[in-house]
Design a protein around this ligand. Structure first.
Ligand code: GLP
Length: 241
């Protein structure tokens, strides 16, 4: 793994945006795998500024997001669809018909997952996958458990994830208990992977992800097996390494 040390959150966001910008410039019709959560917000802010300055063009880009809550509609402010529009898609010249997320409103989970795997396959594969890191080591919503799940699947969110995501909702009761997430095989098939991590609260899990045993109990540890992973983390997140 290539580890890039950033001073703080802003520096992490700039450094990660540099990598995504380079990818977009070198391959203007590339497929970007995108993530939600609070960590990548600064990265998206950077990409929007660069677009506004005329340095980035999103017109040929295709995006596939990692995950979406189940049972939440696109116009719900807490949906990941809404998040992506708010932070990126609504602010750049991307072709919205080329932006994909799992359909959280599809009640048939088998269909929702198969449809999304087909969508990802039809893009031709992800060139660069952006990932955040959950406090329990999850990537997308691949929660700790006995196995790595290959394809898009429906997950029951871990209690700790519901608690962590409660800050975006009025109460824990309103946090959806399930989500559709891209599977580990799909993530691992991305040509390049970029992980952004910020804050001292992520330091213990980041250490396990980079130096620990490869285990589905820490889903992100599987990234040790990928040949092109860059972690951009701030000093606080790297403080245990
Ligand atoms: C969320 C998302 C993940 C994200 C993670 C960390 O639940 N499904 O894709 O990486 O949790 O979020 P944050 O960056 O807010 O710590």
């Amino acid at each position: 793994m290539n580890i890039i040390r950033a001073k703080d959150y802003d520096d992490m966001s700039r450094k990660a945006a540099n990598i995504i910008s380079a990818q977009m410039i070198m391959k203007p019709n590339c497929v970007l795998g995108l993530a939600t959560g609070s960590t990548p917000i600064g990265v998206y802010g950077q990409l929007v500024s660069r677009y506004q300055e005329g340095d980035l063009d999103f017109s040929g880009i295709t995006t596939v997001n990692l995950d979406e809550y189940r049972g939440i509609s696109r116009d719900n402010e807490q949906s990941y669809y809404y998040f992506m529009h708010d932070n990126l898609f609504g602010k750049v010249n991307i072709d919205l018909t080329r932006t994909f997320l799992p359909d959280g409103m599809e009640p048939d989970s088998g269909k929702a997952c198969q449809d999304y795997d087909r969508v990802i396959a039809e893009t031709g594969g992800v060139d660069l996958q952006l990932l955040g890191l959950g406090h329990n080591g999850h990537i997308g919503f691949n929660e700790p458990g006995p196995v790595f799940k290959a394809q898009t699947h429906c997950v029951k969110l871990a209690e700790s994830t519901i608690k962590a995501n409660q800050r975006f909702f009025a109460s824990a009761d309103e946090v959806p208990k399930e989500a559709y997430t891209m599977g580990i095989k799909t993530i691992m098939l991305a040509k390049k992977i970029l992980v952004v991590v910020s804050g001292a609260d992520k330091a213990p899990i980041l250490k396990k992800v980079i130096c620990g045993e490869i285990t589905p109990e820490v889903q992100a540890s599987v990234l040790q097996l990928h040949s092109d992973v860059t972690v951009v983390a701030d000093e606080a997140a790297l403080s245990e390494l």
